[in-house]
Design a protein around this ligand. Sequence first.
Ligand code: ADP
Ligand code: ASP
Ligand code: MG
Length: 412
Amino acid sequence: MGLLVLKFGGTSVANIPAIENVANKVAGEIQNGHKVAVVVSAMAGVTNQLVAYCSEINHVFDPLEYDAVVASGEQVTSGLLALALQKRGIQARSWMGWQVPIVTNDVHGKARIQSIESEALKKSVMNGDVAVIAGFQGVTPDGRITTLGRGGSDTSAVAVAAALKADRCDIYTDVHGVYTADPRIVNRARKINKISYEEMLEMASVGAKVLHTRSVELAMKERVPVQVLSSFESALGSDLPGTLVVGEDAIVEQEVVSSVTYSRDEAKVTLRSLPDIPGVAAKVFGPLADASINVDMIVQNLSPDHKKTDITFTVTRADLSKALEVLKNIARDLPGTLVESSADVAKVSVIGIGMRSHVGVAQKMFKTLAEKGINIQVITTSEIKVSVLISDEYTELAVRSLHTAYGLDHGG
Ligand code: ADP
Ligand code: ASP
Ligand code: MG
């Protein structure tokens, strides 16, 4: 008997039969004696449609109104699920972000949760009601609706689980758990039974969209046990059929490389002939940070004459035009500097805690890609990850070849 937070993603609530299926899962956990809070996404495709409406009406949209529009998808599903639960004789009530309230900062479109005033929510859940919370949305201290960035309902769910001190947060989705690679492109990928917060965080941050990066960060910080599982199999979360994301100490077998991940949401920017003097990097990256643009891989070339240098870095494709706009202004103050960009790139990464104690992991990656004739444009590493930037057209070939090379293939 415990308190569970169940999150259902877009495909899990894609239509009325799917919402009925979700209501049955919730009813099953209540029958098992659990108290339940649910977090829902918008129906599959709805958020994309809402984003498209905003672009169609005004290409340079006001982020406050963008949030007012795109947050609406989750309002619909939370109300519908509450109705489906009520039909089953279960007391259920929908909660919008502002009603909880889930308070965020005012970075519209990718806001961060600052606090959750969970007292009323907790009272209602402990009273046996099912709280059906609209994911993805929050409210600023001055009352404007915000959204947490695409895929942000996972973060809503983990944040609610932390605030309610839930026993577990079950993230129901359209695959059976976290795999050694995206099962949609590597059909020999294997489901991982237990993965550490650290590895999952790296995976999410380099593009495995199965969990929103911030949700893993929060789960790790607040020590919320998370399970990723399918809403399309009969097992309930309490049967633990999915992947558990837990502390490193709970993992018995550590693979050297546990997964291969890719991200196509990448764009490359190169600044050529920058003056090679102190303060230039700060001059470039400061204004990008001020514009809330995340910069990822960065390389600066050595300049033979110590006068001019080149810097290459990556941003998300969605941020590319904004980044170019900012850089145009910077380049004006740095005469001779040229700005080049390309969106035909992808980042492929191999991740594993075992890398800390094994050598040769990066070399195997470079060799495997070389054998396939894939050129590496940028390389970055962390303690448990190696990432390379390659031409977008080779993404699938690279991911599959690396999956095989590191011995991750099903039955391999
Ligand atoms: P939801 O709408 O339920 O939030 P998402 O589409 O955001 O679902 O995330 C689930 C998808 O993540 C899967 O359909 C799968 O294609 C993708 N994915 C990418 N990498 C992985 C991985 N390593 N393991 C599992 N799924 C992955
Ligand atoms: N509906 C939102 C999106 O598609 C949030 C989510 O599903 O997590 O990005
Ligand atoms: Mg998602």
